[in-house]
Design a protein around this ligand. Structure first.
Ligand SMILES: Cc1cc2nc3c(=O)[nH]c(=O)nc-3n(C[C@H](O)[C@H](O)[C@H](O)COP(=O)(O)O)c2cc1C
Length: 139
């Protein structure tokens, strides 16, 4: 059975819900998926994961300067280099994700494989398009 780890940073709960929906969708597709916040994630679960989904809410000035917040960046700084899993990114937002994914990718450079998908949601629910993107990503 393939394994996935879904790690989220959520300020008010929306990105947590999105991470949980991603985890539930992966389970439905026969993947053993664990979902944890950046504070609760056990680094020991990362090296043998097949897929790693990393998510953070979008913070910024709403139209510009979007970026992952400090707890997410601190998690990435502290995580060991993890080159086995294929990586997906996710975020929730209100208006525009702007530079959010670019900043997430920059923080992850050298730590993980380059992210292959970017998922975003306003309400923290998986859309049909999100589901199709995940299915294509899983291959
Ligand atoms: C301080 C602050 C800054 C935000 N900046 C942006 C932004 O730049 N662009 C945007 O689309 N949404 C922005 N949002 C909205 C959040 O990204 C959105 O509500 C998100 O779903 C919150 O996720 P969470 O419930 O997991 O914390 C901001 C929210 C806050 C509180």
């Amino acid at each position: 059975m393939k394994k996935a780890v879904v790690v989220y940073r959520s300020h008010s709960g929306v990105t947590r819900r999105y991470g949980e929906e991603i985890g539930a969708f992966l389970q439905k597709h026969g993947i053993e998926a664990g979902v944890a916040s950046v504070g609760d994630c056990d680094f020991a679960t990362l090296p043998d994961a097949d897929y790693l989904f990393l998510g953070c809410w979008t913070s910024g000035m709403f139209v510009v300067r979007q970026h992952p917040d400090e707890p997410w960046l601190a998690f990435v700084r502290e995580m060991p280099q993890t080159k086995r899993p294929r990586v997906g990114l996710f975020t929730t937002y209100k208006l525009a994700t702007g530079s959010q994914f670019t900043k997430m990718r920059a923080a992850l450079a050298g730590k993980t494989n380059a992210p292959e998908i970017e998922l975003k949601s306003r309400g923290g629910h998986l859309s049909a398009a999100n589901e199709a993107a995940i299915v294509a990503f899983l291959g």
